[in-house]
Ligand binder design. Sequence first.
Ligand code: FES
Ligand code: FES
Length: 163
Amino acid sequence: MISLNVNGVQHTLDIDPSTPLLYALRNDLELHGAKFGCGMGQCGACTAIVDGEPTFSCVVPVGAIGTRPVRTLESLGTPDHPGPLQKAFVKHQAAQCGYCIAGMIMRAQSLLERNPHPTEEALRAHMEPNLCRCGTHMRILAAIREVAGLPEPQAHPASAQPL
Ligand code: FES
Ligand code: FES
């Protein structure tokens, strides 16, 4: 049996300890925010927050979580009552296909909890591991900047670079 604390709720799951956390979230707990992208720790679609750290849930076995609390997108808000990042992502129309967005929001959430007002450089460095195939990085950054109270950078060639 595996004991997992997810979004503040304690669960006991009859699954193999080697099961990836992502599978437990999606298949056993029916939390479908985190997505399966690469399954290899290379895209960030599956990002959840484990004990405050953004974590690629596709490559972490549930047996390695222990008592550390896990949080998923579902903990941040609902369609009727979205959280600040969720609102900003909608406002800035940061999603194209949307597949990366839950992971992007969870990665951003982990940063803003530690540092509510990061620098532009810190924001970009923190978000760098998460990829967006649709290329909406600039809108994603704009949404996070709004919540972080960061100004939009002046337009120059470097600002057009993807994360
Ligand atoms: Fe986990 Fe790509 S699905 S990093
Ligand atoms: Fe499609 Fe990011 S919006 S992958």
